[in-house]
Design a protein around this ligand. Structure first.
Ligand SMILES: NC(=O)c1ccc[n+]([C@@H]2O[C@H](COP(=O)([O-])OP(=O)(O)OC[C@H]3O[C@@H](n4cnc5c(N)ncnc54)[C@H](O)[C@@H]3O)[C@@H](O)[C@H]2O)c1
Length: 450
């Protein structure tokens, strides 16, 4: 692990403010004003035009996001889809068509199967939904912006430092081109969170002293495909992607990012240091690939305050998916949208009539920005909160303190630049079918992690 010089870019990112509901970044606005010609590099979409949507990664979230995109207020059409597996594509096309029959127009020639299909979907679309496993995200985002297309991409947006850097670079190009980018950290579009954050930042509990973020639960799906059902190690890992870091980033990145991101939003910044511990205690079978089943990380922000984070995938334990903050004048259960000042009455957000499901709201906001050509780019905070989670993973895997600079400037690239059906996955099983598992405290491992 090498310490490298703090870059101007990191300073800028740490200073950059979250803009709660609409996520119109100041940086985006600045870039637009200085680059008037590039602003019009994409085909302008006016209110009333049909927006052609493409879906890349036809799984559970991709299906939800496609339906939400097709449920925004003006004309939209699903025109192209890509997945590495034909069965996934066809199955999800059926589900989306059932819900949005009149808005689905995916001709056979616009169904693309295989690792290269994303490029073709991007060609056909005005906006692409990127919902593959996160390892692919930086490459798909790069291609979409290269082809001048708007993007909705799911979190996390990368699995390693080089991937985060790529997303940050491409985000700047998106701003220059006037392209709009939404990231699936939907709590930013959830009315209760937005109002709670506003009150906290307005001083409802004074200064923030310490924060907690948890995703302790029973875990996600068990491996979906057995060895006998696949043609290669690559197919085995792609079908069971959650358990391989080059695809998933471990659950601290894939899932716990939501809670870490809330505290980053509260702090208007990103941790500069992570220290932690974790391991595989219960989910140890070889079918669970290489990820840990628990991580506990303490993160320090630039002002010296700490966020205490836990995430666990073990059934039968104490569970909590939540965020909390203690202030000098009270405390807040952020996820319950409840504020308890030391003096005065507690406050709790009451659902309003117009409040929407945040998954729908995030699409409504993105599509409105596209139609009205307003600055909109969530990739910066999506990338930096992804980095927070990666720093945590680096800390638990190595057992060493990890700084933001180390994580961001890390040369350890766990996601290959290109995947074809001939690619050998970056990790593989031994003769007993077991994958190498990081060993905290081991110097050889540390070099492969940070
Ligand atoms: N914001 C949220 O609350 C939320 C909820 C669920 C999932 N997600 C995110 O959405 C993403 C997808 O998760 P999911 O639950 O839909 O997973 P999934 O396994 O259901 O779907 C992923 C799909 O991508 C396909 N795929 C894999 N590699 C591909 C490639 N190179 N090109 C094209 N297709 C490829 C897979 O075959 C699969 O069909 C993840 O990043 C996940 O973290 C976000």
């Amino acid at each position: 692990m090498k310490d490298s010089k703090k870059t101007q870019e990191q300073d800028d990112l740490n200073r950059r403010k979250f803009v709660g509901n609409t996520s119109k970044t100041v940086a985006g606005a600045a870039a637009l004003s200085t680059l008037p010609i590039e602003r019009f590099a994409h085909a302008a979409i006016s209110p009333g035009d049909t927006i052609k949507v493409g879906l890349i990664g036809c799984g559970g979230r991709g299906t939800g996001a496609a339906v939400q995109a097709l449920s925004t207020s003006e004309s939209t059409k699903l025109v192209a889809m890509a997945d590495v597996f034909k069965d996934k594509l066809e199955n999800r096309l059926g589900i989306i068509s059932k819900q949005k029959e009149k808005q689905v127009d995916v001709k056979d020639e616009n169904k693309f199967v295989g690792p290269d299909g994303y490029k073709k979907v991007i060609e056909q679309s005005d906006l692409v939904i990127l919902t593959t496993p996160p390892g692919f995200r930086p490459y798909h985002f790069e291609e979409a912006i290269k082809q001048n297309k708007h993007v909705f991409m799911e979190k996390p947006v990368a699995v390693d430092g080089p991937g985060v850097r790529k997303v940050l670079e491409v985000a700047k190009i998106a701003d220059k081109k006037g392209l709009k980018v939404g990231v699936g950290l939907q709590r930013h579009h959830q009315a209760g969170y937005v109002e709670t954050m506003k009150r906290l930042k307005d001083g409802a509990i004074g200064d923030f002293v310490s924060m907690r973020a948890y995703w302790n639960g029973g875990g996600v799906w068990d491996p979906r495909a057995g060895r006998g059902e696949v043609n290669s190690e690559l197919e085995y890992q792609l079908r069971n992607w959650y358990y391989y870091n080059w695809l998933c980033g471990d659950h601290i990145t894939e899932q716990h990012i939501h809670n870490l991101d809330i505290i980053n939003w509260l702090k208007d910044g990103y941790p500069v240091l992570a220290r932690g511990m974790g391991g595989r205690q219960v989910r140890t079978d070889k079918k669970y690939g290489e990820i840990f089943d628990h991580h506990a990380v303490e993160y320090q922000y630039e002002d010296g305050t700490w966020m205490f984070s836990q995430c666990r995938h073990i059934r039968g334990c104490w569970n909590s998916v939540s965020e909390h903050v203690q202030g000098t004048k009270g405390r807040c259960d952020i996820n319950r949208h409840s504020i308890f000042p030391t003096k005065g009455n507690p406050w709790r957000y009451r659902k309003q009539k117009g409040d929407k499901n945040p998954y729908q709201q995030e699409h409504d906001d993105l599509f409105a920005a596209i139609r009205h050509n307003e600055p909109y780019n969530e990739a910066y905070y999506g990338a930096m909160s992804t980095l927070t989670s990666i720093m945590g993973r680096m800390a638990t895997y190595t057992g060493q303190p990890v700084t933001q600079e180390q994580a961001l400037n890390s040369k350890v690239q766990i996601m290959p630049d290109k995947i074809t059906w001939d690619t050998k996955p970056p990790t593989g099983p031994d003769k007993d079918g077991k994958y190498p598992i990081p060993v905290p405290g081991d110097k050889m491992w540390a070099r492969k992690i940070v």
